[in-house]
Design a protein around this ligand. Structure first.
Ligand code: GRF
Length: 190
């Protein structure tokens, strides 16, 4: 069994889609949900779906090796970031080289980097008059949103669209593609 761990700290709609996608899969499984926020909606949702959760603090993540050790101990093969905002420390990147995926709600390299998350991204798209946006699934390295791009899909931005409209279109694409792309990438590693 190939074991997936998902880091999520928000609503977790992507994480839930991914859990559902791999339920009953013959050789891939979401084994763990990790969050830096014990009150995040995803923690409760994951527990309701029968997936083990681990909440951690800054110290566990950046100073002690609690998180890396847990991932190793649970034989995790692939890490997926789905709405996780902290920069991934080098120790974790080295321990899981080319095995950490992120989804970004825009077409990188545009509209990426520190502070470019959630509605900030969609507002920036509207303010700059972009005609399209979309999603980017990429490998994670030491810098925010700079790892190798694996997949992108576009959506249009109409002149009548506001940031909320773009957010909805982008979320639709995320839910449509993220789990499939995770499966394809994991297959390419086996
Ligand atoms: C998504 O828009 C994703 O692109 C970004 O964080 C958001 C998470 O949304 N990295 P959700 O918590 O999965 O609903």
């Amino acid at each position: 069994m190939q074991r997936i761990a998902i880091f999520a700290s928000g609503n977790g709609s992507n994480a839930v889609k991914i859990i559902e996608h791999f339920k009953g899969h013959s050789n891939m499984d979401v084994a763990l949900i990790l969050s830096n926020k014990s009150t995040a909606a995803i923690v409760e949702k994951a527990e309701a779906l029968g997936v083990e959760t681990l909440c951690f603090n800054r110290n566990d993540f950046y100073e002690d090796e609690v998180v890396v050790e847990t991932l190793k101990q649970k034989s995790i093969d692939l890490i997926v970031l789905a709405g996780f905002l902290w920069l991934i420390p080098n120790t974790l990147i080295k321990a899981f080289e080319n095995r950490i995926l992120n989804i970004h709600p825009a077409l990188l390299p545009k509209f990426g980097g520190k502070g470019m998350y959630g509605m900030n991204v969609h507002r920036a798209i509207i303010e700059s008059g972009e005609k399209e946006s979309g999603i980017t699934i990429h490998l994670v390295n030491e810098e925010y949103d700079k790892g190798q791009i694996l997949f992108q899909e576009k959506c249009s931005v109409e002149s009548t669209d506001g940031a909320e409209d773009v957010a909805k279109k982008v979320q639709r694409l995320e839910h449509q593609h993220f789990a499939n792309q995770i499966e394809l990438y994991l297959m390419s590693l086996i």
